[in-house]
Design a protein around this ligand. Structure first.
Ligand SMILES: CC(C)(COP(=O)(O)OP(=O)(O)OC[C@H]1O[C@@H](n2cnc3c(N)ncnc32)[C@H](O)[C@@H]1OP(=O)(O)O)[C@@H](O)C(=O)NCCC(=O)NCCS
Length: 262
C-alpha cells in the first residue's frame, strides 16, 4: 500500500451512518479495521444529529461551489434511511485551529473528513453511488488520497459488486473512479440531469487492493482515444442507444481526453 494511504489509515478512523436495520448487512471489519461502536451513527437518534450536521457542512464545502449541494431532505430520504454514509473522520483537536474554525468544531468532536454514500437499487443486485466527498485540498490537513481510499473502503464495507453512478465528464472524480474499475457507459449524455455533460456508468470487476492502493500496475488493454466535448458525448450516446458496448478505461493527462476499450 502506498505511503499516503498508510498515513491516512494511521490518523483517521472509519465511521458509518445508517438505519440500524442496515448494519447487519455491512462488513464492519474490513481492511484490518473494525468500525468502533461510537462511530456508528443512527439518523433517528437526536444524540447523533451533531455528527450528521457535520456531514451537511462537508457536503456544502465540497459540492456547494459546483451548485450540487445536497438538501437536508435528500440526505435523509435518499441516503441515510435507504442507504448508508461511510467515510473517515478525526477528533477536532487533532486539526489545526483554522480547520476547526472552518468546520465549526471543538475539543474531541469527531469530525467527518470524507464520505461515500450508496443506495441499494430496487433490482436487489446493484447500488447507486450518490455522493463522494473529501476535504483534501479544502483543509490545511494533509489528506492526499482520501477520496480514493474512501470509495474503495466503502465499496468493501457495503459488499458492492455492481455499482451504478452518475458524474460529469469534466469532474476531477472521473479519473478517481477509473482507478477502481473499468466503467461501462450506460449513457454518455444525460441531458435531463442538472448538468448536461453528465454520464451514467456501471462499475463491476473492481480492481484488487494492490492495484488501487498499491503499486501493482494495471493490465494493458487496447484502447481508442475519445474527446469528451458535447459533439463527442452526443455521438457516443447514439452508439450506446444503438446497442454498442462502450467501456471507459482511463483518463488521459490531457484535458477532456479518455481511453475507451476498443
Ligand atoms: C473529487 C474528490 C472526491 C477527490 O478527493 P481527493 O481526496 O482529492 O482524491 P484523491 O487524493 O484520492 O485523488 C485520487 C486521484 O484523483 C486525482 N485528483 C483528485 N482531485 C483532482 C483534481 N481536482 N484534478 C485532477 N486530478 C485530481 C489525484 O491526483 C489522485 O490521482 P493519483 O492517485 O494518481 O495521485 C474531492 O475533490 C471532492 O470532494 N470534490 C467535490 C465533490 C465531487 O466532485 N465529488 C465527486 C462526484 S462524482
Amino acid at each position: 500500500m502506498k505511503h499516503k494511504y498508510h498515513h491516512l489509515l494511521g490518523k483517521l478512523k472509519p465511521y458509518i451512518i445508517c438505519h440500524p436495520n442496515t448494519l447487519s448487512a455491512l462488513n464492519k471489519d474490513y481492511m484490518g479495521m473494525t468500525v468502533h461502536a461510537d462511530h456508528i451513527y443512527n439518523p433517528l437518534l437526536t444524540k447523533d444529529f451533531d455528527f450528521i450536521n457535520r456531514i451537511i457542512k462537508m457536503d456544502e464545502l465540497s459540492f456547494g461551489p459546483g451548485g450540487m449541494g445536497m438538501p437536508r431532505w435528500v440526505l435523509f430520504d435518499c441516503a441515510l434511511i435507504p442507504g448508508a454514509v461511510i467515510g473517515f473522520g478525526i477528533p477536532a483537536n487533532q486539526l489545526t485551529s483554522a480547520d476547526q474554525a472552518l468546520l465549526k468544531v471543538v475539543g474531541d468532536d469527531f469530525v467527518p473528513l470524507s464520505m461515500y454514500i450508496a443506495i441499494p437499487n430496487a433490482d436487489g443486485k446493484s447500488w447507486f453511488g450518490h455522493n463522494l466527498s473529501s476535504l483534501n485540498g479544502i483543509l490545511k490537513e494533509d489528506l492526499k488520497g482520501l477520496g480514493l481510499l474512501t470509495k474503495y473502503y466503502a465499496l468493501g464495507v457495503l459488499k458492492i459488486e455492481k455499482l451504478i453512478g452518475a458524474t460529469q465528464w469534466d469532474s476531477a472524480a472521473l479519473g478517481l473512479h477509473l482507478k477502481l474499475s473499468p466503467m461501462k457507459l450506460l449513457a454518455s449524455h444525460v441531458s435531463i440531469h442538472t448538468h448536461e455533460n453528465t454520464l451514467c456508468y456501471e462499475s463491476f470487476n473492481f480492481y484488487p487492493e494492490e492495484q488501487v492502493l498499491g503499486d501493482q500496475r494495471p493490465l494493458q488493454i487496447k484502447t481508442k482515444e475519445f474527446t469528451s466535448d458535447l459533439v463527442g458525448i452526443k455521438n457516443l450516446q447514439k452508439r450506446i442507444e444503438a446497442g454498442e458496448e462502450i467501456i471507459l478505461i482511463s483518463k488521459d493527462s490531457k484535458q477532456s481526453v479518455f481511453h475507451l476499450q476498443s
